[in-house]
Design a protein around this ligand. Structure first.
Ligand code: SF4
Length: 487
């Protein structure tokens, strides 16, 4: 589909608005008018004294057009007015009313927090509903999340930071996955693991040295992936020992380990985590339905996931997270509700409900006709989860959105009181620096005062991480320079 960007610089926001309605359409941005009678979207601003905005949508043999005029105004206001024209034209033509309205950002609660800070809670809510067309329910959700984060915000300090450790390897590849994660069933990928871990330990050492030198205060550690649970007991032991040896953990408030999939979790691995002070584990079945597990390429059963959960509890973990996904292939609203009930019945202190995001790089996109965002099955699932979790005493404490997410939904972390994962809040609200190690990891440096953020990207793939490791260490020198600039 051609999307015309005529006489304005707002291609990024215009594409994002189009994606709300056509999440997986192949969009081609066109900057010059041309003869075109295909499916297309035209956006333009004419400036003659004042500004004239026009958005016209020609899709499915139908047309919808919206125009608006304004006085000359700032770029920000002009972008909003044009985006509004397009949003109104698209809702009229498709009949779709996105639950997050025309809010395209991935951090609704961050925006809510900012608006509350600037204008107070009531005006912030009004902004969400009246200016961005966010539904009343989603507005309330964002506000509840912002409220749940208050204490965590209050305890954050200018010298706080967290450590993220990336393990981009998995036991097999899930059909919906778009992460850079290697299945170790592939012999070549398996060969990369040992050298990868050697480099990772070196990067931990180098990062720890910088953090100490700068006098930063480690608040949380998060092992994510991939599937960190794929590591052997010895490998897990070595990584956690490296962190203990090279970082000052005296102020560290939590260590989270994504044990991940039931097919890799053993009592011995859980025990070594416990021994090293890991206080939170994630066991992520995504569903407790065997047919759905099979459809997404998981090699474990629902019963194995339940057994892994009970094992973690037996070993002594007091906070266990369960990830579920709404909108998986072969799942039904009833099936999803049964999975949710199972997670609640197990007593999971954290339940994270994701809405399926169909990225182009996932196998599933090739199988699905996911061009128009009309299926509301996932929305029913998520709405049911929101009600059920609230009724069972869970609080929504962090959230984010992803592009190309079914029905424009959101991912929400729910927890029983005092079981929030601090790292999730730090990272999603961009509260402080995250020093990230491993392939695909992104270090985010947050200025001690203000909101400025700078990123350092590690190499995405393990083979590159291994082969260009020295270059990567060079890049990391920027961490010291960044903080020195604020001294
Ligand atoms: S476990 Fe997670 S990271 Fe690994 S393949 Fe499945 S979705 Fe991707």
């Amino acid at each position: 589909m051609n999307v015309y960007i005529l006489d304005h610089p707002f291609h990024y926001e215009i594409e994002n608005i189009c994606r709300l309605f056509f999440p997986n359409a192949a969009i081609r941005l066109v900057y010059e008018p041309q003869e075109d009678d295909g499916e297309r979207i035209v956006t333009e601003i004419t400036r003659q004294g004042g500004f004239h905005y026009r958005a016209a949508v020609f899709v499915g043999g139908r047309t919808s057009e919206k125009v608006m005029d304004s006085e000359p105004c700032s770029d920000e206001e002009a972008e909003y007015d044009l985006a509004l024209c397009l949003y109104l034209a698209l809702t009229e033509l498709t009949g779709i009313t996105p639950v997050w309205g025309m809010l395209t950002g991935v951090r609704p609660s961050k925006l809510m927090n900012t608006l509350i800070h600037e204008m107070g809670e009531e005006k912030a809510e009004a902004y969400f509903q009246n200016r961005l067309f966010v539904s009343e329910e989603r507005t309330h959700l964002a506000r509840t999340v912002a409220q749940a984060q208050r204490d965590i915000f209050a305890q954050n300090r200018p010298d706080s930071f967290s450590l993220y450790v990336s393990i981009p390897f998995c036991p097999s590849r899930c059909s919906y996955c778009s992460f850079v994660s290697h299945s170790i069933t592939n012999a070549n990928a398996k060969k990369l693991l040992a050298p990868y871990l050697e480099n990772l330990k070196k990067e931990i050492e180098a990062t720890g040295a910088v953090a100490r030198q700068l006098g930063l205060r480690l608040e949380s550690v998060y092992f994510g992936g991939g599937t960190p649970g794929i590591l052997s007991v010895e490998q897990t032991d070595e990584l956690l020992s490296a962190i203990r040896a090279h970082f000052d953990s005296s102020a560290c408030r939590e260590i989270t380990f994504e044990a991940g999939r039931a097919d890799v979790i053993t009592r011995e691995k859980l025990l070594i985590l416990k021994e090293h002070g890991v206080d939170r584990v994630s066991i992520n079945p995504q569903t407790y339905d065997d047919d759905v597990l099979c459809a997404i390429g998981r090699r474990h059963t629902a019963q194995q996931a339940i057994d892994a959960f009970r094992l973690a509890r037996e070993v002594g973990f007091k906070t266990i997270n369960t990830d579920l996904i709404a909108g998986l292939p072969n799942d039904s609203v009833e099936g999803f509700c049964a999975s949710l009930d199972q997670a609640v019945a197990l007593g999971s202190e954290n339940i994270t409900v994701h809405a399926l995001a169909l990225k182009r790089s996932s196998r599933l996109v090739a199988q699905e006709n996911a061009d128009l965002n009309t299926d509301d099955t996932a929305r029913q699932m998520v709405d049911h989860a929101n009600r059920t979790l609230r009724d069972n005493g869970y609080i929504p404490y962090y959230m984010y959105r992803q592009s190309r997410c079914v029905s424009n939904l959101e991912n929400v972390g729910w927890c029983l009181p005092r079981h929030e994962c601090l790292y999730n809040v730090y990272m999603m609200e961009e509260l402080h620096t995250v020093l990230a190690v491993g392939a695909g990891a992104v270090t985010k440096l947050k200025a001690p005062e203000g909101n400025y953020i700078e990123r350092i990207f590690n190499f995405k793939y393990p083979y590159e991480y291994n082969s260009r490791f020295d270059e990567l260490l060079q890049r990391k020198q920027r961490i010291g320079e960044f903080y020195e600039a604020y001294r």
